[in-house]
Write a new protein. Structure first.
Length: 243
């Protein structure tokens, strides 16, 4: 190789080194750039994670404090007065009717159509409020023992009178002198409206159906599975005395 050829080859090698990319250096630079975001994210995680945990703890403590200091919810007030009446007695000894029975309602029994009546009675020198039932088309009322023995109706059902605006009452039942789903109450003559409430607070509004002596009779449709336990009355306001 001549000197000229040798110089030409060296010149080409020098120029080739200038244009050939530095692949190793470029790869190292790329790796360095990729490591920077990861490191930054790692540093951010190290800062944010403790703050988030502290926020969760503070929130839990705040909620627990509020639950401990918050007043207990107040249950809804029950409407009306408690309805406390004696339990009925069937065919009390010495039962004697006093006055004219008042018809209440008709109902269908197992064998006949029946009519329920309210009546005052006495037994052992005690005045009773009684409910009795007789076949609707029967001519002449049979004695209570006959009704119960022949027809299986527990009639009459009687309770002693109580003091207060509601004097007595009877809730209908299967086999009783008043059908299930009905209730009758004897109330003060000044009462104009009678509202009844069962244990769930459901309302039954009674209807005036007549008078028995000086008292009034209110008949109501009630839940057969939940008897009334409270009541409300509205009465006539006292009128000013005339001059």
């Amino acid at each position: 190789m001549t000197d000229l050829e040798r110089k030409l080859a060296e010149t080409l090698r020098e120029q080739g080194g200038e244009v050939t990319p530095d692949l190793a250096g470029a790869w190292a630079e790329q790796l360095r750039r990729q490591r920077r975001p990861r490191a930054a994210r790692r540093r951010l995680t190290l800062v944010v994670a403790p703050l988030a945990a502290a926020l969760v703890v503070l929130t839990s403590v705040l909620l627990a404090t509020q639950l401990q200091t918050a007043p207990a919810p107040v249950p809804p007030a029950s409407r009306g007065q408690e309805l406390t009446l004696p339990k009925p007695e069937y065919s009390p000894a010495g039962f004697i009717e006093k006055g004219e029975p008042i018809a209440l309602t008709d109902f269908v029994g197992q064998t006949d159509n029946w009519t329920s009546y309210a009546v005052f009675a006495s037994a052992l020198n005690t005045t009773l409020f009684c409910v009795e039932a007789f076949p609707k088309d029967l001519k002449g009322a049979p004695s209570p023992g006959v009704v119960q023995a022949q027809f299986g109706i527990k009639s009459p059902s009687c309770v002693p009178l109580s003091t207060g605006s509601v004097c007595a009452g009877y809730v209908g039942e299967a086999g009783g002198p008043l059908p299930a789903g009905k209730a009758i109450y004897l109330v003060d003559p000044a009462v104009r409206e009678l509202n009844l409430f069962d244990a769930k607070g459901d309302l039954s509004q009674a209807k005036l159906v007549g008078r028995l002596g000086q008292q009034q009779l209110f008949l109501a449709d009630v839940n057969p599975d939940s008897s009334p336990v409270r009541f409300e009355v509205s009465s006539d306001e006292a009128r000013p005395a005339s001059r």
